[in-house]
Design a protein. Structure first.
Length: 259
């Protein structure tokens, strides 16, 4: 997805949160390395293609499941992600984000800025001191968005569910075990499913990582925690204008964790 900054970090060491001794080089070992890749299924209002989930973010957590936010400093609170991506040769990443990384309640630019500063700045391996010395301002954010997009392209939720006969429907409801079995069969691991009034709207995949977020290897995990969906009666609604109701519009950015 455009030019990528590189790092000399090895990917042969222990994965994050799996080390048995203290790691001191937090440029090559992710100190906040229980990682959630989060996707949206937005039907109210509809965002993104009708046959694809969309990106919410990539969130770092401490190994005990608690998490940092807004790690700063303010000099990394970039105000024009679009321009950064264009200026640093990542227009293809930007184009993809304009289709698959969309907000349901604010501008896409505000959404991207939020995801970067709230979550992206908290990766130890993305600190500016970890980047090559000739990196332009904002290269840390560009690398973050390239990494998230690349991971999302591998996590084909709609396809995996469809392979098990789980498709959006106005009438059919699903059991949580059916959703988990579908992922287990196609992907090999479970995930956290989040619902609002029994409507499925979010999935969270869990990882550790070997090496740096810049070019490390994601190590998939079974779901670290349960999502908010109940065991049965789960609605996987189609993306349709018929489902859009301004009075029901939800601000899902506020749902950092669905407990």
């Amino acid at each position: 997805m455009g030019r990528r900054i590189s790092t000399s970090c090895s990917t042969s060491g222990p994965a994050s949160c799996q080390n048995t001794t203290v790691e001191t080089d937090l440029c090559c070992f992710e100190g906040n390395g229980l990682i959630q890749h989060v996707q949206f299924w937005d039907t109210d209002p509809v965002t993104g293609p009708t046959d694809s989930w969309t990106i919410h973010g990539l969130w770092p957590n401490y190994c005990d499941g608690s998490y940092p936010e807004d790690c700063g400093p303010e000099s990394r609170d970039y105000s024009d992600i679009t321009q950064l991506l264009q200026d640093q040769g990542a227009s293809d990443t930007l184009s993809y984000m304009q289709t698959y990384w969309l907000s349901d309640d604010e501008s896409n630019e505000d959404f991207w800025e939020h995801e970067w500063y709230t979550h992206g700045t908290c990766y130890t391996t993305l600190q500016t001191s970890c980047l090559p010395s000739d990196s332009p301002t904002g290269a840390d954010a560009v690398a973050f968005f390239q990494t998230v997009v690349g991971l999302f392209q591998d996590m084909t939720t709609y396809e995996w569910l469809s392979q098990a006969g789980i498709t959006p429907s106005e009438d059919t409801t699903y059991k949580l075990s059916e959703l988990q079995d579908a992922l287990q069969s196609a992907y090999g691991y479970t995930a956290s499913f989040d619902c609002d009034d029994d409507e499925l709207y979010q999935i969270e995949y869990w990882f550790n990582i070997q090496g740096s977020l810049l070019n490390g290897d994601f190590v998939p995990l079974d779901a670290y925690e349960a999502g908010s969906c109940r065991s049965s009666g789960i609605k996987y609604l189609p993306k349709s204008d018929d489902n859009s109701d301004a009075s029901k519009k939800r601000s899902r950015l506020a749902k950092r964790k669905a407990l």
